[in-house]
Design a protein around this ligand. Structure first.
Ligand code: 5GP
Ligand code: MG
Length: 174
């Protein structure tokens, strides 16, 4: 931890856990008989993915893609770097994108298009959190838990320059 960074808790681990339980109930209703592929966007959503799938008691598969758009800044570069793309088959499969936070909407829409082009049977989005003030394009989030104000947050998988991913709470970085 860096003494110079000021952190304040926005959502506690308990609030996060309860949001995930509600999301899991909704997801189960839709997917319990569909053997979906849940696709986590790394690195930010690794913790959310791990906690979400443990709340889902039906057959599913997990896959990962890795994108980067932030570099070392607090603002998105607006350009998506594909570090690991779709290396698995999605044709005729029901897929659910699992993301940590939807900010501009760029990342989500980009992955949705890739999956649609690869002929997935259906593509939906589950975001632990959304930052509505920052959406720069129409973005359809099917399941979302927490609303984030127009601030930069870290913790629960989210970083600043690769730091703070291990915090159990979602915190505002001043
Ligand atoms: P997008 O602008 O494409 O919707 O957001 C892309 C990604 O930027 C998110 O999935 C997340 O990993 C990262 N991001 C967006 N807002 C924040 C934030 O407040 N804090 C951190 N650490 N990452 C963010
Ligand atoms: Mg992300």
């Amino acid at each position: 931890m860096n003494d110079k960074d000021k952190l304040s808790v926005l959502y506690s681990r308990e609030e996060i856990a309860s949001a995930i339980k509600s999301l899991a109930q909704e997801i189960k209703r839709e997917y319990k008989d569909k053997k979906p592929i849940l696709i986590s966007i790394l690195k930010g959503s690794f913790m959310f993915m791990a906690d979400l799938v443990r709340e889902l008691d039906f057959p599913l598969e997990v896959e990962f893609v890795r994108f980067s758009s932030y570099g070392r800044e607090k603002k998105s570069s607006g350009e998506i770097k594909v570090i690991q793309g779709i290396t698995f088959d999605v044709e005729n499969r029901h897929v659910l994108i699992v993301d940590d936070i939807v900010d501009s909407g760029l990342t989500c829409n980009f992955l949705k298009k890739l999956l649609t082009d690869k002929k997935a049977a259906s593509v939906k989005v589950c975001a632990l959190s959304i930052k509505p003030s920052q959406h720069t394009m129409p973005v359809n989030i099917d399941y979302s838990g927490l609303v984030i104000p127009d601030k930069f947050v870290v913790g629960y998988g989210l970083d600043f320059n690769q730091k703070y991913r291990n915090l159990p709470d979602i915190c505002i970085l001043e």
